[in-house]
Design a protein around this ligand. Structure first.
Ligand SMILES: Cc1cc2nc3c(=O)[nH]c(=O)nc-3n(C[C@H](O)[C@H](O)[C@H](O)COP(=O)(O)OP(=O)(O)OC[C@H]3O[C@@H](n4cnc5c(N)ncnc54)[C@H](O)[C@@H]3O)c2cc1C
Length: 588
């Protein structure tokens, strides 16, 4: 008889990683997936042989175990892509982080001057409070840069004004920004920062290829992935999940497992409990919100449109938030080299006006906006396809923490259930973090004890922890010393004293040698030090003079050194924050 399976809800990155970990440990997982394909939000869709993601999916991780796993799965099918993604604003393409020449050319001298002035103003007169995203950005980059590069796009993505987005939310997404790390990256050319900016990995046939491989490996090792199997109930008793009910084309089925992992969105999961979850838990789960996403794929009869993998559309004149150009991710994403497929991404809420537009209207909107932005006339569009994703982004609104706590407290009662992944934890987990939570959950069911909720919260976890502890430690020590503030007074006294001692010693040495003291070159010092003679008394006079000037020079040197260092560190920190904001955009 076969053992009771480990039941996993969802065959996205988290569920598949959990399933793979189970088979590697000799356990029998059954993954139930509602969709007809694996990969969840990270799947690859295919339309008439044009392949596309639900938003472009970069493979990037700081976790060595996950990186290795990706490599093992795909080997030579894992491409390294040189990244190009610019900002479209007022008909121009801006590099990000901003490059002075590119920005000056695109903005023009007058607007550039305004940007610089507002940047300086923000530095000199920062807003006293940083309660929201708007204040956070304005304090760092100035009002004009904020309006040009952050406001419109962020509001398109989240559908709420920037002053309603909490600063802690921004800070959470711009984490890991220690000044030392920033300086270390600037000086030693941090590997992670470099790769994050310039390159990423991508499967030859899109991310779906990765998840298909996971599926194959799981099945080859005896596990099961059941597609078109939507979990519709969780039966529980005595703090234990006893069975799940799932619906397929053949009807409703039951599956009894001994351990359960769920990666489906939390509100949906809580609604499936039988007996029902308490009313306050259901209400809290119902208040967990999600931002939705629509991608309109247009097939264009043109070989090249733009060289970027994607463009951020910061122009307020169009609704589209981002435009993907899939052949620039991998040329294998399009079946014919003479054609291009672009994906226009619209951020919306489920059932709002954009969501409710018919596919035809969405294609019409996308085509019109593509034309307005100057990417080509509507006549070039030869085909189109629309995909909607209702649970694209967990929303971190004012009440989400409390609601999540209520739901977690309820779920924690069940000894054989763990929730993982992005929507399963209502957290911005990217693919790597989603996978990591799945793997750790599977390990927990094998007797290990990991706190899944610390993944993607603190750097101090697994490989990240080790890397952070080992590598930069030496650099940090060097930097801490090199960049420590100089004590102006102490340095001035030291320089003054050394200079004074040198002169007095030289004077005494000449005197002690005897001979033609009057012809000594030292005597010339009298031109600068009034009253100086090559005598013991003169030596003390020279000591007083040189101490005074040495003190002055030392103090000035220390002052200027501290000042330049402060400016240098400030610049590096701002630059690092700029880069993190790039990451902040990317992670959507
Ligand atoms: C536009 C966009 C761009 C992104 N870009 C990147 C990127 O560049 N790099 C990156 O690392 N990450 C990116 N992400 C994040 C990435 O998509 C997610 O981190 C990842 O897909 C989360 O995996 P998951 O397994 O937790 O959840 P999901 O991918 O959501 O998988 C959950 C699965 O559960 C299934 N399910 C739901 N309900 C049921 C049910 N009742 N019964 C059975 N199955 C069910 C769903 O069908 C789905 O397949 C992006 C996300 C978005 C929205």
């Amino acid at each position: 008889m076969r053992e009771k399976p480990a039941v996993i809800i969802g065959a996205g990155p988290a569920g598949l990683a959990a399933g793979y970990e189970f088979v590697c440990r000799g356990r029998f997982p059954v993954i139930l997936e509602r969709a007809s394909t694996v990969g969840g939000i990270s799947r690859t869709e295919s339309y008439r042989d044009f392949l596309f993601d639900i938003g472009g999916h970069r493979f990037f991780t700081r976790n060595e175990e996950i990186r290795q796993l990706w490599e093992d799965m795909l080997g030579g099918d894992f491409l390294t892509v040189d990244r190009l993604s610019r900002i479209y604003y007022r008909g121009k393409l801006f590099n990000y982080p901003l490059r002075p020449v590119n920005a000056l050319r695109n903005l023009g001298p007058l607007e550039s001057l305004r940007v610089v002035l507002s940047y300086c103003r923000a530095g000199l007169f920062p807003k006293p409070r940083e309660d929201n995203f708007e204040e956070w950005v304005v304090n760092r980059f100035g009002e004009r840069l904020y309006k040009t590069f952050f406001k419109t796009y962020t509001e398109k993505v989240w559908g709420i004004p920037c002053h309603e987005i909490g600063a802690d939310w921004a800070a959470q997404r711009i984490k890991g920004l220690s000044l030392l790390v920033a300086v270390s990256n600037a000086l030693f050319g941090g590997q992670q920062a470099k790769s994050l900016i310039e390159q990423f990995s991508y499967p030859r046939l899109g991310p779906g290829m990765m998840w298909q491989r996971f599926r194959e490996r799981i099945e080859a090792a005896g596990g099961e992935v059941r597609l078109q199997s939507e979990v519709s109930a969780l039966h529980h008793h005595d703090s234990n999940i006893k069975a799940v009910e799932y619906t397929t084309a053949a009807g409703v089925q039951n599956l009894c497992g001994d351990s359960y992992i769920s990666s489906m969105p939390l509100p949906g999961l809580v609604r499936l409990f039988k007996p029902r979850a308490p009313a306050d838990v259901l209400a809290a789960a119902g208040r967990l919100a999600f931002r939705s996403f629509i991608i309109v794929v247009l097939v264009i009869d043109r070989e090249e449109l733009f060289p970027d993998q994607w463009l951020y559309i910061h122009s307020p004149k169009v609704k589209v938030g981002r435009v993907q150009n899939f052949k620039n991710w991998s040329r294998f994403m399009v079946p014919e080299p003479g054609r291009t497929s672009i994906g226009l991404e619209y951020f919306c809420n489920e059932h709002d006006a954009t969501w409710e537009l018919s596919d035809e209207s969405l294609v019409e909107l996308a085509t019109r906006e593509m034309e307005e932005m100057g990417f080509g006339p509507a006549s070039l569009v030869s085909d189109s396809h629309v995909v909607r994703e209702s649970h694209a982004y967990p929303v971190y609104d004012a009440g989400y923490r409390e609601n999540l706590e209520t739901v977690r407290r309820y779920l924690d009662r069940f000894v054989n259930l763990q929730t993982v992944g992005r929507n399963g934890m209502h957290r911005y987990n990217n693919m790597d973090h989603a996978m990591q939570t799945g793997i750790l959950a599977a390990r927990n069911f094998s007797g290990e004890t990991h706190d899944i909720w610390t993944v993607n919260e603190e750097k101090s976890y697994l490989e990240e922890a080790r890397a952070a502890e080992e590598t930069p430690a030496i650099q940090e020590k060097i930097l801490e010393r090199a960049f420590a503030r100089m004590d102006k007074f102490a340095f001035a006294v030291a320089v003054g004293a050394v200079c004074g001692i040198l002169v007095i010693s030289a004077t005494l040495w000449i005197i002690s040698r005897g001979g033609d003291v009057l012809n000594s070159h030292l005597r010339l010092l009298a031109q600068y030090f009034i009253g100086y003679t090559v005598t013991v008394r003169g030596g003390f006079i020279a000591f007083a003079y040189t101490f005074f000037w040495g003190f002055l020079f030392g103090w000035l040197f220390a002052y200027l050194r501290n000042l330049f260092l402060a400016i240098y560190l400030y610049r590096i920190k701002r630059k690092a924050e700029m880069l993190s904001l790039k990451d902040f955009f990317d992670n959507y």
